[in-house]
Design a protein around this ligand. Sequence first.
Ligand code: CP
Length: 324
Amino acid sequence: MSNNMNKAVDIQINPRGQLQHLLSTEGLPRELIIEILDRAEDFLPAGGRRIQSSGLLSGRTVMNLFFEPSTRTRTTFELAAKRLSADVLNLFMESSSRTKGETDLDTLLTLQAMHVDMLVIRHPDNGATTEFAQAVGEDVAILNAGDGSNAHPTQALLDAFTIRRHKPDFTQLKVAIVGDVLHSRVAHSNIHALKTLGVPDIRIVAPPALMLEGADTLGVQTYHDLATGIKDADVVMTLRLQHERMHEQRVTSLQDYHRDYGLTRSNLAPAADDAIIMHPGPINRGVEIDPEVAYGERAVVLEQVTNGIAVRMAVMAMIVAARD
Ligand code: CP
C-alpha cells in the first residue's frame, strides 16, 4: 500500500474522532463502524418497513462524480442523499469538460468552488480519492465510492450491516470471500471491516492467479480449493471476475472457473446449512454464481442493495453532523 493510501487512515477522522471523509475501512475504529450500522438501522428499520426520510441534509449539496461505470453505488448514493433532503447533482464524465482535456484535479477544484458539501467519487486509480481529500482540505467531504482495486468502504459497511441482520454476533462467524480477490476493492474493504468487528475466521478462496496479495499480513487464511475454503462457513461472499482490470489472462476458461469456483447449489454443499450467500454485484451469471443461487432462498444479494441506501444515509448524516 502506498503512503497515499495510508494517509486515508489519518485524514478521514477529525481530531474529535468523528468521520469527516469516508475513504477506507482500514483504520476505521470499531465504535465508528458500529455507530454507522446503528444509524443505518434507524433509516431502515427491520421488519420490512420502508426507508425513513429525514431533513438532516436540507440545504446541503451532494455531487456524484463517477469516473467508472456504476449501477447500484451511484443510484443508492443519490437516493440516500435525496432521502436526507439534500440537493443532488450528477456529473457525467462522458459529457463533462474532461473530454476537452480538463484534469481530474481541476474538475474537482471547479466543483469545490460551487460550494458542494460532499463529493461521492468513484475512480479507476488506487488512492485517487485520498489524493482528492488532501486537495480539498476540510471544505468538502469526500466519500470513496470505489478507487481502483483499493477500497470500497460503503460496500463493506453495507455488507457488515447485512451480515449483522442475519448473524448478529460477529465474533462467532466464519466468513469465506471467494473469487477474484486480486482485483477486488470490495474484498479489501470487507477484510478490514470484518477484522475490526471481531470476525475470528476469514477465509479467502481463489485460484493462485487471482489470490489476494499480502494475505499473510492481513490475518486471513487462504485456500485454493472451494470445498475446503467454504466448509462450515456462515457467510459465503463471492466476487465478480473483473475482466476490465485483467491485463493478462488469469482464467483459462470460464467453464473451468465456474466448475471450480462458481457458487452452484452443489458446490455450496460444504457451507453451513444456514449460510447466507452474498455478492456485491454486478454478477456474471453462470460464471462466479448461478442465478438460482444469487436469487435463491439463502441469498441476500438484493437485500445488500436496499441496505446500501440506509448505510449511505448513515455515513452522510454522520459526516454532516461532524462538520456542523
Ligand atoms: N457493488 C457495486 O459497486 O456495484 P456498482 O458497480 O453497480 O456500483
